[in-house]
Ligand binder design. Structure first.
Ligand SMILES: Nc1ncnc2c1ncn2[C@@H]1O[C@H](COP(=O)(O)OP(=O)(O)O)[C@@H](O)[C@H]1O
Ligand SMILES: [Mg+2]
Length: 248
């Protein structure tokens, strides 16, 4: 089976800082792959490279067999490769439903875009996605009035409006309370199993990783330090030391 995403030898520098050095990573169709590593190890940079946020300095990135490393964010998103951010980004003054409506890709401009966003088809899809996340009762509530965990759920719902084939999630449960973490795990499991969306997830919480990911990559100093099953990764001495060494 071919991989949905294949990162081959990707290098990314910021001035003298080598944020990613010759990274190889594969995400099979339909899988949930985890990405861990201490702060500053290059996880977010790799996401930014994959989605076309910045040009890479070496290597190649293939999505469903197609080279994408020279494409920009909108073109890559149109292929079905979408990410969420480490910092929560919902529109506080808009209702949850409106947050989803404006997340529809920009195929039209101006008035036409407004009409598309408020079309019955888009609205129905938005309501269906809110239901999946258990947010249907909050459709008319302002984004800012949701709890932090609910905002994290809403952000994933917004990403789903793009109809991704591969969703990249940057620390989806960071700062979220344990009850809401279970809701996030349930939503991500559902997205994968019921919608068939492949996931690549950055996550520090190993309890979450153990429940979600079938395979985990660990970065340290911009390089792949180890990869394996969750059990292999938690038992890996180099991984444990990288985390302990990263603490003050
Ligand atoms: N836009 C940028 N400009 C300069 N340096 C950056 C930029 N983005 C990330 N870095 C540097 O790249 C390294 C990796 O950062 P990052 O990818 O954010 O790590 P992580 O997400 O694993 O915490 C860090 O040394 C960071 O300071
Ligand atoms: Mg990061």
């Amino acid at each position: 089976m071919t991989d949905l995403l294949a990162v081959r030898g990707v290098t990314k520098r910021f001035g003298g800082v080598v944020a990613n050095h010759e990274i190889f990573l594969q995400v099979p169709h339909g899988s949930i792959v985890g990405l861990i590593g201490p702060n500053g190890s290059g996880k977010t940079t790799l996401f930014n490279s994959i989605v076309g946020y910045h040009p890479i300095d070496g290597g190649s990135i293939a999505f469903d067999g197609r080279e994408i490393s020279r494409l920009r964010v909108p073109a890559i998103a149109r292929l079905g490769l979408v990410r969420t951010f480490q910092q929560t980004r919902v529109f506080g003054k808009m209702s949850c439903l409106q947050n989803l409506q404006v997340s529809v890709p920009h195929v039209h401009e101006g008035l036409a875009a407004m009409c598309t966003r408020q079309s019955p088809a888009v609205t129905e899809r938005a309501r269906k996605i809110l239901r999946m996340a258990g947010l249907q009762g909050h459709a008319d509530q302002r984004g800012a009035d949701l709890s932090f965990g609910q905002q994290k759920l809403l952000e994933i719902c917004m990403a789903l409006m793009n109809e991704p084939r591969l969703l990249l999630l940057d620390e989806p449960t960071a700062g979220v309370n344990p009850v809401m973490i279970d809701s996030l795990i349930a939503l991500l499991t559902d997205i994968n199993a019921r919608l068939g969306i492949t996931l690549l997830v950055i996550e520090h919480n190993m309890r979450v990783m153990m429940q979600l990911a079938g395979h985990i990559y660990c970065l340290a100093h911009g390089e792949v330090l180890a990869q394996g099953s969750p059990a292999q990764i938690t038992a890996n001495r180099a991984v444990v030391e990288a985390y302990l060494g990263g603490q003050p």
